[in-house]
Design a protein around this ligand. Structure first.
Ligand SMILES: [Zn+2]
Length: 618
């Protein structure tokens, strides 16, 4: 009985200590990023505390990343001091993100110091975030917090020290700047983590507030070179259109004070987009905006992250809105959080001019192929499971066996699914209602700044039914649990188009995934081999390297030629492949010629897709 009493006493102390929320004093956090080019940040914190047991957490479940991937392994040089004396710490053996301390009598302030090593191999924000010329600050990587105070109730006053002459962009309201030291207004920890900062030697900002829009919108960009900031003028026009289009889409409802697109252009950072309520954190290769297809790439990421301000930040599945950052998230509604966002992002990319309608149609065709013949894994793994399993296997970053694993299909399948929803709403209401009516109902309301309103599956279904009565629960459940080999093509078909996979649009050998069933990496490496496809049947699997084609040394052109002429020859394509360091011959019995997915107009129906893609704001 003794041990129980001791444990109880410790537990009570833990609730009594570190009662920061009850005091007016904020935690102060200073991130010294002057050595960011050397890939190390120096963090200092001052935290009001009370004597007794204190438990501190490092953020573990990262919003938007949907998994427990806080980069705890990059926390180094950790020291706690009180009144100038070192305070001992222990890491929790059952949760390595948690630290236990005993605050001595008479102590009211704890000083915390640690270094954060800028990672290079992690995913998303844990991946590369600092180069010689720039840094992307994700505050969750640079903070510890008392485990007994909700992040939404913990006041934090953050400071950032930058290398001399660097500039910065963020949605976090600034209190004052003194040289290279930025002092931000006190906010709560949840909002701080939701407000990253990008900074660098080469910085440019564009005002993208459309005429008549009361809320300020800007695009802040840091890059590894001044040349990378030499944007085509269309960028400002299209991004301004994007802001205007979202105004029409959501009936003028916005849920932020102002919005900052934060874009990092570097070959030395991880490439992704991450949503926040009043900004995004998007990172693309350095020369993206100097390249001919640059605006198309921007259109893949920035509209998606912007839509998240409504769908994901303002409205969030209740299961995903667990107490930040220690409570596990449940990802079962990611087909709404990410799927609907992906759909709306691509629609808005097209309406704003970043994409053309032809780009959008090609995206739909490619998606239908990737999720159809390119995804045999759908015969064992339903769409819902691709969402539910995220905390254990988010993307895993590898193309190998993706066709059989399935990966994060709730993004792209969400595009097909929500297009079908849009067409059903249009058809069932005989054109009187549209998806926009649902969006304005579900995501509308007054602007209170960053605000969270959670929802459940039943709330979603009820809102859809309020706009257009239909068996929405049955519709979603059928698609979420299906193990059919074909993806949902109803949206494409209802909107006046047909998905076709043939050789008509194939340039050269077309897409090898849909002919011989191979996705080739560099140097002949097999990135993926479609399970049960011709190459797979011949014993070619991911990770092998193609050395020869029809008894000649492999080149991409030789393999393409073999596929192009496959219709005219009766013999199989002979591949010499290396499996580890053993050689084997594979006979790929394929005679269908080049293949490529495309959409073909179905003249028996009106072109609702064309109508749907038209700009609303111009
Ligand atoms: Zn997203």
């Amino acid at each position: 009985m003794r041990s129980l009493r001791v444990r109880l006493a410790v537990a009570l102390c833990a609730f009594g200590a570190g009662a920061t929320a009850q005091t007016a004093l904020p935690v102060t956090l200073t991130v010294d990023a002057r050595q960011a080019p050397l890939k190390i940040l120096h963090i200092r914190m001052r935290m009001p505390v009370e004597p007794g047991a204190l438990t501190l957490d490092y953020p573990k479940w990262i919003p938007g990343e949907h998994e427990p991937d806080g980069p705890i392994g990059n926390v180094t040089g950790l020291h706690f001091t009180a009144n100038g004396k070192e305070v001992a710490w222990n890491r929790d053996p059952l949760d390595v993100f948690t630290f236990h301390l005993e605050i001595p009598a008479g102590v009211t302030t704890l000083d915390i110091a640690f270094d954060y090593i800028e990672g290079s191999s992690g995913e998303y924000t844990s991946g590369g975030s600092a180069t010689d010329k720039l840094v992307d600050i994700s505050w969750n990587q640079n903070v510890l917090y008392p485990s007994n105070v909700p992040a939404t109730a913990l006041p934090v006053q953050a400071n950032l020290i930058l290398p001399a002459d660097w500039n910065y962009g963020t949605a976090l309201p600034l209190d004052h700047r003194s040289g290279n030291e930025l002092s931000f207004k006190t906010t709560n920890l949840d909002e701080l983590v939701d407000s990253p900062v990008i900074a660098g030697a080469y910085y440019r900002e564009l005002d993208i507030t459309p005429p008549g829009e009361k809320i300020h919108h800007e695009l802040d960009v840091v890059a590894d070179s001044p040349a990378a900031l030499n944007f085509p003028p269309a960028l400002q026009t299209d991004m301004t259109n994007l802001v205007a289009e979202t105004g029409k889409l959501f009936g003028g409802s916005r849920h932020y004070r102002d919005y900052h697109f934060l874009l990092t252009l570097s070959d030395h950072v991880a490439h992704f987009g991450l949503e926040h309520h009043e900004s995004d954190d998007s990172r693309l290769p350095e020369r993206t905006l100097l390249s001919p297809g640059g605006l198309r790439v921007v259109g893949e990421i920035l509209p998606h992250e912007f839509i998240h301000s409504w769908n994901g930040k303002f409205r969030r599945p209740a299961d995903l809105a667990s107490a930040p950052f220690a409570a596990p998230m449940q990802d079962d509604l990611l087909w709404v959080y990410e799927g609907l966002t992906d759909f709306l992002g691509n629609i808005e990319a097209t309406r704003s001019g970043l994409w053309t309608p032809a780009t959008y149609r090609q995206f739909l065709a490619t998606t239908a192929a990737e999720l159809g013949p390119g995804r045999p894994g759908r015969t064992w793994r339903p769409l819902l499971d691709t969402a539910v399993a995220v905390p254990g296997m988010f993307e895993n970053g590898q193309p190998q066996w993706r066709n059989w694993r399935r990966d994060t299909d709730y993004y792209e399948e969400g595009d097909l699914l929500w297009l079908e929803v849009a067409t059903i709403m249009h058809d069932q209401s005989h054109g009187h209602k549209s998806l926009r009516d649902f969006l304005q109902l579900f995501y509308g309301g007054p602007n209170h700044g960053p605000e969270l309103k959670t929802y459940t599956f039943n709330d979603l279904v009820a809102a859809l039914n309020q706009v257009v009565p239909y068996d929405w629960a049955g519709f979603f459940n059928e698609r979420l649990h299906s193990t059919a080999a074909t993806p949902p093509l109803g949206g494409i078909e209802n909107s006046g188009w047909k998905y076709v996979l043939d050789g008509e649009d194939a340039r050269g050998a077309g897409d090898l995934a849909y002919s011989i069933g191979l996705i080739m990496g560099n140097d002949g490496t097999v990135a993926d081999s479609i399970v049960h496809g011709p190459a797979y049947q011949a014993g070619v699997v991911p990770g092998m390297k193609v050395i020869g084609v029809n008894r000649r040394l492999y080149t991409p052109a030789l393999l393409a030629d073999a596929v192009i002429s496959s219709r005219d020859v009766k013999t199989p394509i002979e591949l010499l492949v290396a499996n580890d360091d053993y050689l084997r011959t594979a006979l790929v019995d394929y005679h269908g010629g080049p293949m490529a997915p495309r959409l073909e107009r179905d003249r028996s129906k009106p072109d609702y897709l064309d109508e749907f893609l038209r700009p609303l704001a111009r």
